[in-house]
Design a protein around this ligand. Structure first.
Ligand code: DX5
Ligand code: ZN
Length: 217
C-alpha cells in the first residue's frame, strides 16, 4: 500500500519545506494542469526541475494536459520516476508509454471517471501504473465519486498477475480510502486530506494503516 500525497493543496511558496513535512510518503504526486485539458493552471517543467533538485523522493507526475505526446517525455528527462498521461488526451498512447520507459521512467495512464478501462486492456503490458480518477480532474478538495468503485474492481481483475500499480486520485481520505483498497487499489493520492491536517506525516501513516486494514477483512 503506497501513499502518494498531492502537493496541490500545499503552500506553493514553500514547496521544498512542504515536501520535507511528509517523510513517510512513498512518492510526491505533482499535478500539472495546462488550462486546456482541465480548467485550471498549476505548475510546469521549471518548477518540477527545481523540486527534483530539492528532494530524493520519487516524483509521481500527473499530467492533466493536452498533447502529452509532445510534453510528457520532458518530465521523464527531468528525472521524474513516474509519468502519468491522460489517455483521453494522448494521440498515440503506446508510442508515448514506450518513449517514457525508454527515458527510464515508469509509464502510467490515467482515466477520468467516465472513461472505461475496457478499450485499453491491450495496452496494459506497456504500463507500470493505471491511475483511476475518483473526481473530475482539475481541482483538489472535491467529493469522492463512489461510482468509480466498480471500475476499480474491474481494473484489478484485468490486471491479473501483472506487477502494475493501481492508483486512485481524488477525494481520498480516512473515510474513503478503505473502499478503494477493498476494491483493489494499492496506490493512493491524497491532497487536501494530508495538507489540511495539522500533522501531515501522521495523516500519511494513518491513511496507509487504514488501507492495509481494509484489505485484511
Ligand atoms: C485533481 C488532482 C488530484 C487532487 C487530489 O485533479 O489530480 O491529485 O489534487 O486532491 P484531493 O485529495 O484534495 O482530492
Ligand atoms: Zn492528481
Amino acid at each position: 500500500m503506497r501513499i502518494t500525497p498531492s502537493i496541490l493543496n500545499a503552500d506553493f511558496a514553500s514547496l521544498a519545506h512542504e515536501i520535507e513535512r511528509i517523510p513517510s510518503a512513498d512518492a510526491i504526486h505533482i499535478d500539472v494542469m495546462d488550462n486546456h485539458f482541465v480548467p485550471n493552471l498549476t505548475i510546469g517543467l521549471p518548477v518540477v526541475e527545481a523540486i527534483r533538485k530539492s528532494t530524493d523522493k520519487m516524483l509521481d507526475m500527473h499530467l492533466m494536459i493536452a498533447d502529452p505526446d509532445r510534453w510528457a517525455p520532458a518530465y521523464a528527462e527531468a528525472g521524474a520516476e513516474s509519468v502519468t498521461f491522460h489517455v483521453e488526451a494522448a494521440h498515440a498512447p503506446i508510442r508515448l508509454a514506450r518513449e517514457l520507459r525508454a527515458q527510464g521512467a515508469r509509464a502510467s495512464m490515467a482515466l477520468k471517471p467516465a472513461t472505461s478501462i475496457e478499450p485499453y486492456v491491450d495496452l496494459l503490458d506497456e504500463l507500470d501504473m493505471v491511475l483511476l480518477m475518483t473526481v473530475e480532474p482539475g481541482f483538489g478538495g472535491q467529493k469522492f465519486l463512489d461510482l468509480v468503485l466498480p471500475k476499480i474492481r474491474r481494473t484489478r481483475q484485468l490486471l491479473g498477475d501483472r506487477p502494475i500499480w493501481l492508483q486512485v486520485d481524488g477525494g481520498v481520505s480516512i473515510d474513503t480510502i478503505g473502499r478503494c483498497a477493498e476494491a483493489g487499489a494499492d496506490t493512493f493520492v491524497a491532497g487536501s486530506a494530508v495538507y489540511s491536517s495539522p500533522e501531515p506525516d501522521q495523516m500519511v501513516k494513518d491513511l496507509r494503516a487504514k488501507a492495509v486494514a481494509a484489505c485484511q477483512h
